[in-house]
Design a protein around this ligand. Structure first.
Ligand SMILES: NC(=O)c1ccc[n+]([C@@H]2O[C@H](COP(=O)([O-])OP(=O)(O)OC[C@H]3O[C@@H](n4cnc5c(N)ncnc54)[C@H](O)[C@@H]3O)[C@@H](O)[C@H]2O)c1
Length: 341
């Protein structure tokens, strides 16, 4: 490939090392800038990763050498920054969630049909071997109809986690709690693998983090268009960050993801391990190791002028389900999803 992509990263916080280490490994790209409103953080990160720095995002979007901007900022800034970069002709790698309100989603949807530049959304757990395996199982129809799903996210977030980044824990800046921040990946897998979700009924609450205004616990029922349901539970109050549990029940077999292994259970309780997310074991493993694979794939798509795997349109679905659960919890009613068009 002749072209080297010029890259900039906005937001030098917790997740930035995952992105920066991945970018440094890309042969097709060169990290040019990092940006943070906290200029000390930007300077320190630039020193570590050997690039320039700025504290003003606007300096990046008018820089002709920058082809791709990674947006790793607080949630409330995602849609605004992504749209601004896109309109300036920059490709974007955007962390989840893409927005915290229906207004954000509608604004993003308006630009989602345009062919170039590209926006790739980081829902990296779709790249987990188990997720890809389950997607193929559904598509093959080999085990009959899907008759139910389950997703459990039991993690722990400390007081320091919320104190260290003041945008977390508030509706206006985080847009919610465990559901929109930690568990959106699992909601995404339940809908991406399980099929179209037409309605949700959910309940959110704060059981253990009195110093934040958003929820630390959420439960929901997802109503699929084939009349089956998905059962979902998420909490930030668990003793440890347990690996995410998933269950997909088909007429002829049940598939259970537990401890990063996928177990197939068939008649007579016969069970075997059929796939594993082995790379997800260890520190921060519960996040999934998809960042590097994800970024590499997104860059290749951008270079080849092809739409990335996870576009705004793809990411809108899980985001809208999350917002639907919040709405349902407010009214205690089932909430029908319209999906932004
Ligand atoms: N995909 C995943 O698995 C995953 C995991 C962790 C975090 N994330 C996402 O990454 C994003 C960042 O999370 P984090 O944990 O790194 O947060 P963080 O608070 O640690 O970092 C955010 C950084 O953005 C900076 N910032 C704020 N406003 C800015 C602005 N206007 N211009 C430039 N910089 C600005 C802050 O100073 C801070 O350094 C969030 O969207 C989060 O949901 C994704």
């Amino acid at each position: 490939m002749d072209k080297t992509l010029g890259v900039a990263v906005v937001g030098c916080g917790t997740i930035s090392n995952m992105h920066l280490n991945a970018i440094k490994q890309m042969k097709v790209a060169k990290l040019l800038f990092v940006c943070d409103i906290d200029v000390d953080k930007a300077r320190k990160t630039a020193f570590e990763y050997d690039c320039k720095y700025t504290d003003d995002y606007k300096n990046l979007i008018c820089n002709p050498n920058i082809d791709i901007i990674h947006i790793l900022t607080p949630h409330y800034l995602h849609s605004e920054m992504a749209i601004e970069a896109f309109n300036a002709g920059k490709n974007v790698v955007l962390e989840k969630p893409i927005g915290i309100s229906m207004k954000d989603l509608k604004e993003l949807n308006k630009i989602s049909d345009k062919s170039e530049p590209y926006i790739a959304v980081v829902l990296q757990n779709r790249y987990n071997p188990i997720s890809l395996y389950l997607k193929k199982v559904v598509e093959s129809g080999e085990y009959g109809k899907l008759i139910g799903t389950k997703g459990i996210v039991a993690w722990y977030r400390s007081k320091e986690y919320y104190e260290n980044s003041n945008w977390r824990g508030e509706w206006a800046s985080e847009g919610g709690g465990v559901l929109i921040n930690q568990a959106i990946h699992t909601i995404d897998l339940m809908q991406w693998i399980g099929g179209k979700v037409t309605a949700v009924k959910g309940h959110i609450d704060n059981h253990y983090h009195p110093y934040i205004e958003v929820e630390d616990t959420a439960l929901a029922t997802l109503y699929y268009d084939n009349n089956t349901v998905g059962n979902f539970y998420a909490t930030n109050n668990n003793g440890i960050n347990s690996s995410v549990e998933l269950e997909f029940v088909f007429e002829k077999a049940t598939f259970v993801q537990k401890n990063e292994e996928l177990i197939k259970i068939t008649s007579g309780d016969k069970s075997e391990v059929v796939e594993s997310n082995c790379a997800n074991k260890g520190e921060k493993g519960y996040w999934g190791q998809g960042h590097r694979i994800y970024i590499e794939d997104a860059y290749n798509h951008i270079l080849n002028k092809e739409k990335p795997f996870i576009t705004i349109k793809e990411a809108l679905v899980a985001n809208e389900i999350v917002l639907g659960i919040y709405e349902s919890s407010k009214t205690n009613e089932k909430y029908s999803l319209n999906y932004v068009e």
